[in-house]
Design a protein around this ligand. Structure first.
Ligand SMILES: Nc1nc2c(c(=O)[nH]1)N[C@H]1C(S)=C(S)[C@@H](COP(=O)(O)O)O[C@H]1N2
Ligand SMILES: [Mo]
Length: 440
C-alpha cells in the first residue's frame, strides 16, 4: 500500500496509554506509539521501467465517468478518508461537551476546510433554524443603548458586509504541553486552531444603529443560544475598530452548525471562547461581567498559585506541521519543512526555523499575502540525510513579540497551567525517520 507523509497513523493514544504517559516519562511514547508506526507501509519509488501505472491503461481512461451533481454537495476523494477531525479520549473528556482537533499535518495553505474546522462545544452543537433565530442588542440600563433592537438573520444580511480571514484558536490549545505530556501528533498538540474566511456585519455598526453610548458603555456581554452559558465580556476598545464581527459566512457559504450556524461572534486575535457561537444577545455595560467562564476557566494559573484573569490575546506562536509528530520521513533527500505562524496582535513579521534544536536558525519563506490575526504559512527546504534532527520554528510578529521557549514560559508561568501556551515546539527526527514530540 502506498502511503505518504500526509497520512498520519489513525490509531492515536487510548485512555490507558495516556495514563501511562501522564505518570511516566516521555520515553514511554516510543513503545506506545511504535505500534501505530508499524502500520505505516513504506513508500515505493516511482520506477519508470515496467511501471504498471504507466504501462497499463486504467479504467478511467477508457470508460465513462460519473455524472454531474452526484453527490449534489461534493465530498473529498475516498483516498482522503483519514484526513479527519479527531477526538482524544486520553486528553479530553469524550462527551458532547468536548473537543475535536483539526488535522493540521495534512492541510495546505492557510484555509481550514469547513468540515475540518476544530470544534469546542461546552454543551453539544445544534442545527438552529435560521428563520427562527434572533439577535437582540440591549443595554445594562435604558440610557446605555437608546434603541434596543432585535435582528433576524435576514435583517443582518441586508447590511453592508465585511469579509476577512482570521484564525480561531482555543485558549487551551497546546495546554497539555505545560505539564510536559508528550502529546504524539500536531493534530493534538496544536489542533484547536483553524482559519477561515469569515463574512459578517461589524458589531460596532449594530451598536451604533441602536444608539450606543460609548462614553459609558465600555464592555459588551455576548451570549449564545445553546445551553452552555458561554457568556463572555468583550472590551468596546476592540469593537470600535470594526474588527469584531457578527458572522454568518464561513469560506463562502453559511457557517457550519458545529461552528455556530446561523450566527456567531468573531473576536479576531482573542482566545476562541470569546467568539460566541449561536449568538443571540449582546448587552452593552460599563464594567466587565465576570461570568462563570471568566472565573472558573480561561484564567491562567501562575507559578505562585495565583490566577491571571482576562489574558485573552493569543500571543505570537508557530508550529511545524510537516514533518511533525507521528509522521515518518520515508526517504532520504529533499523534503520541505512547512508550518503555520500566527499572532493575536497583528501580522507575522518573520519565522525562523532550526534543524539542530535551536543552535542555528534560518529565515523561512512566508506565503503571501501575510494578513493580520490570520494564519501565515511558512516553508524551508530540508535535505534529510538520515541523521537525527531537532526541528523548531520561532515566530516574530509586527509588534516585535518573539515566540518564547518552554523554559522562558515556565520561568514566568510554572508548569501547572492549561491556557495560553505559545512555547516553541520541537519535533525530533530519529535516524529511522520517525518524528517525535520532545521538549527542549
Ligand atoms: N455558544 C457557544 N459558543 C462557544 C462555545 C460553546 O461551547 N458554546 N465554545 C467556545 C470555545 S471554548 C471555543 S475555543 C470556540 C470554538 O469554536 P469552533 O467550535 O467553531 O471551533 O467557540 C467558543 N464559542
Ligand atoms: Mo476554547
Amino acid at each position: 500500500m502506498f502511503t505518504s507523509i500526509r497520512r498520519a497513523p489513525e490509531g492515536f493514544l487510548s485512555q490507558s496509554d495516556i495514563a501511562a504517559v501522564r505518570t511516566g516519562r516521555r520515553s514511554l511514547l516510543a513503545g506506545v506509539f511504535g505500534a501505530a508506526m508499524a502500520s505505516l507501509a513504506q513508500t515505493t519509488h516511482a520506477q519508470t521501467k515496467d511501471d504498471p501505472n504507466i504501462m497499463e491503461l486504467p479504467a478511467h481512461t477508457k470508460g465513462l465517468g460519473q455524472g454531474v451533481a452526484s453527490p449534489a454537495y461534493g465530498a473529498p476523494s475516498i483516498y482522503e478518508k483519514n484526513i479527519v477531525r479527531r477526538e482524544s479520549p486520553g486528553l479530553t473528556q469524550v462527551t458532547q461537551a468536548s473537543v475535536s482537533f483539526c488535522p493540521l499535518q495534512s492541510l495546505f495553505g492557510i484555509i481550514t476546510p469547513s468540515g475540518l474546522h476544530f470544534e469546542r462545544h461546552h454543551q453539544g452543537w445544534w442545527d438552529i433554524d435560521p428563520s427562527k433565530h434572533r439577535l437582540m442588542l440591549n443595554g445594562s440600563d435604558e440610557k446605555m443603548l437608546k434603541r434596543p433592537m432585535v435582528f433576524t438573520v435576514d435583517d443582518l444580511m441586508r447590511l453592508p458586509s465585511i469579509t476577512r480571514t482570521h484564525f480561531i484558536e482555543c485558549g487551551a490549545n497546546s495546554g497539555m504541553e505545560w505539564g510536559n505530556v508528550a502529546v504524539p501528533t500536531v493534530q493534538y498538540t496544536h489542533g484547536m486552531l483553524s482559519c477561515s474566511e469569515f463574512t459578517g456585519v461589524s458589531l460596532r455598526l449594530l451598536l451604533e444603529m441602536c444608539g450606543a453610548d460609548f462614553k459609558r458603555g465600555k464592555f459588551v456581554l455576548a451570549e449564545g443560544a445553546d445551553g452552555s452559558s458561554m457568556t463572555r465580556t468583550i472590551p468596546v476598545s476592540l469593537i470600535q475598530s470594526d474588527e469584531v464581527l457578527v458572522v454568518y459566512g464561513q469560506n463562502g457559504e453559511m457557517l457550519r452548525p458545529e461552528n455556530g450556524y446561523p450566527l456567531r461572534l468573531l473576536v479576531p486575535g482573542v482566545q476562541g471562547v470569546s467568539s460566541v457561537k449561536y449568538l443571540r444577545r449582546i448587552e452593552l455595560g460599563d464594567m466587565p461581567y465576570a461570568t462563570k467562564d471568566e472565573v472558573i476557566g480561561y484564567a491562567d494559573l501562575m507559578k505562585d498559585g495565583q490566577h491571571r484573569q482576562y489574558t485573552s490575546i493569543q500571543e505570537v506562536k508557530s508550529v511545524i506541521t510537516s514533518p511533525s509528530g507521528g509522521q515518518k520521513i520515508l526517504v532520504q533527500g529533499q523534503h520541505n519543512i512547512t508550518g503555520l505562524a500566527w499572532s493575536g496582535r497583528g501580522k507575522i513579521k518573520r519565522v525562523d526555523v532550526s534543524i539542530d534544536g535551536g543552535r542555528n536558525w534560518r529565515e523561512a519563506r512566508l506565503q503571501t499575502p501575510v494578513q493580520s490575526k490570520c494564519l501565515t504559512r511558512f516553508q524551508l527546504p530540508f535535505n534529510w540525510t538520515g541523521e537525527m534532527a531537532l526541528l523548531m520554528s520561532r515566530a516574530i510578529d509586527e509588534t516585535a513579540h518573539i515566540q518564547p521557549t518552554y523554559a522562558q514560559n515556565r520561568a514566568v508561568r510554572g508548569s501547572r497551567g492549561i491556557y495560553h501556551n505559545n512555547g516553541i515546539q520541537t519535533w525530533q527526527v530519529t535516524p529511522n525517520g520517525e518524528v517525535k514530540n520532545v521538549q527542549l
